[in-house]
Design a protein around this ligand. Sequence first.
Ligand SMILES: O=C(O)CCC(=O)C(=O)O
Ligand SMILES: [Fe+2]
Length: 301
Amino acid sequence: MAEAPKLPVIDLSASDRISSANSIRQACIECGFFYLVNHGVDQELLAQVFEESSKFFSLPLEDKSKLARKHHRGYTSLENLNPKSRSTGNSKETFYIGPFEDVTQSNLNQWPSEDILPSWRPTMESYYRKIHSAGKRLISLIALALNLDEDFFEKVDTRPTPFLRLLHYPGQLGSSDQEMYGASSHSDFGMVTLLVSNGVPGLQVCREKSKQPQVWEDVLHKDGAFIINIGNLIERWTNCLFRSTLHRVRPEGQERFSVAFFLDPNEDFMVECLASCCSESSPPRFPPIRGGDYLKEHMAS
Ligand SMILES: O=C(O)CCC(=O)C(=O)O
Ligand SMILES: [Fe+2]
């Protein structure tokens, strides 16, 4: 079993925001992963989310497939985040929920029938609101950690488009020679991800993506904490100062549930190397790109 790195714990409610921002900066430079506590999402709501998620994923495939993913929302059975990965695939199923505050966007979401799962939609909407509020506070600290205005990522025209993704790893180990990962090795595409699992292990990080052989370390579940990881777009903005770290979910032979909240940028937000992260001797490594174009290139359907 790989060793577990000691990830820093950031308190979202700490009164000394400058000190929190400094700790986030250090965590993002060193590993790109950290824990977040006192985030305002209560454990009872989280337990309900896992309960409803479990109810949905245990429906017959025929029912789940009626909500097959469209406009990035709804159900997917098997998917592979990294098509170039040598592992045969990802033994998991997922369900995506997009923004619903805006009426036009709200109509794009798909919901299981109220007759079958009456508490599903209110539970997910309530969780989405709570985690979104924690996410907004978090990205203002990330902005501070980069010496930017606190609202850099949150101005009206730059406001992120968050997506909630429920994941279910059924847990049966395959008999194939090739290893079947729960989620194969990948880094997240957007700005930042707030992740929580039901406590079943499996998540691992590879801190040095170019080092061979790759070294994978377990990320331990911590009761009441979210696991935060930086995505590729923050890595581009910061010229690789903040790390978008490779991670995967190893098969452990146990059923596992998790919920990821992705804060992706508004599609028109230009992602361009920050002035503080480049110099003559360290020029920008990536050309500027519209957030929407980057995500379109990297996400299927
Ligand atoms: O299930 C997990 O713990 C990780 C999921 C993940 O990495 C993702 O959805 O991008
Ligand atoms: Fe991920």
